[in-house]
Design a protein around this ligand. Sequence first.
Ligand code: NAP
Length: 236
Amino acid sequence: MKIILITGASRGIGRDIAINLASEGNKVIVNYLKSEEQAKSIENENIEIYKADVSKRMEVSEMVNYIIKKYGKIDVLINNAGIDEYKLFTDITDEDWNKMMNTNLYSTFCVSQEVVKNMIHEKYGCIINISSIWGIVGASCEVHYSVSKAGIIGLTKSLAKELGPSNIRVNSIAPGCIDTDMNKNLTTEEIKGIEDETPLGKIGKPLDITRCVKWLIEDEFTTGQIISPNGGWVII
Ligand code: NAP
């Protein structure tokens, strides 16, 4: 039984990971911000929900302190909360840029920093940062999103080197196109286009990412790696 914190787990990929890991007997803390009803709908004896904006240090600090006080430790941290935005580079405002960096990249830095203090003390930890295929290859009209996700990859590799001696593994998952609200603006034709370009002929489901997360939690010799479940859409 592990104590697991998942950020942004009221919907989509995080929600699927939470339900799955809790069903195996782990204690899962589901962080959310706006989707209270959806978060409440998965509350059970193994899932506790906690509202906090992960782009704000004070709220993150209070959340992590609460969990450590109640459960004594956090074994696994999954930095999953994220937003995306489709905009021409020339239309991205400073406000758009800062919101993207704070929500996707600063949150990963901030939550990890708060949690790692306890993991170092425990001499055990597993951190999984959810990046994106766009953090590896870049996306047109998603420059700020791609930069934030590329930053997560740099953070993952550096932190893995620094925390390895404390028995803390840090890895990243960089999904391809996954069927969640994040892609609800794509038309049926656009989805079909992606499927046609993908060797496995389909887009992914949240469960495809959950399986990857479960493997990274179990494995004891993988750190600093970027794994990209993407159906072969991008092969590097
Ligand atoms: P989603 O369905 O839109 O869910 C996003 C989640 O992030 C929601 O639970 C949302 O919570 C939470 N969130 C956003 N801002 C937050 C904040 N400031 N504080 C706390 N929680 C916050 O997206 P998804 O597809 O599951 O994406 C999950 C992760 O996978 C993201 O990092 C995304 O970039 C990455 N990813 C997704 C895809 C894809 O194709 N879907 C591909 C590559 C990478 P509330 O609704 O409660 O505010």
